[in-house]
Design a protein around this ligand. Sequence first.
Ligand SMILES: [Zn+2]
Length: 171
Amino acid sequence: MPGRYQGYGFGNLSQRLTAFTPAHNPNCFLITGTQTGALAHLRSADYALVTNACPTQNQLTAEGLAAPSSEALSHAVIYQTLPHINFVFHVHCPTIWQLSQQLAIPCLPASLAYGTPAMATAIASIIKDKQVQTQGIISMLGHEDGLISFGETAEKAGWPLIHYWLLADNG
Ligand SMILES: [Zn+2]
């Protein structure tokens, strides 16, 4: 993936984390903070613990030294909608994103901007589809290069990105 991201695909990663959360909210999750893309190694201070989220009202409560980005709302809606999902990855990958429709990746319409309540509602709706859950990836046509993958484990959340990147790159 040469070009704009120098071979990388910046974004944010999260993991559902229920064991140590004060509120015992099953949808709590740990997410990389804003502006951590340039760091080679993340410290605990570079994460935020999202203890409560209401994506449809654009509200987020978090603890920790790092601030979660507005993109955390899209992670929150996946944890709230699919109880078996424990990892959500959001990346910017032009190689896959530009071929989203040719690769039959489930797509959210270009009219939806990322980090908005409307986007959160659309994500909740599309991921209820069993086929979408099997693919484990969605493309946001309204968020340039934006993809979200998800899975029960980190490996399962990462695999769709590798799978579709290989397909796109060899296309
Ligand atoms: Zn993004």
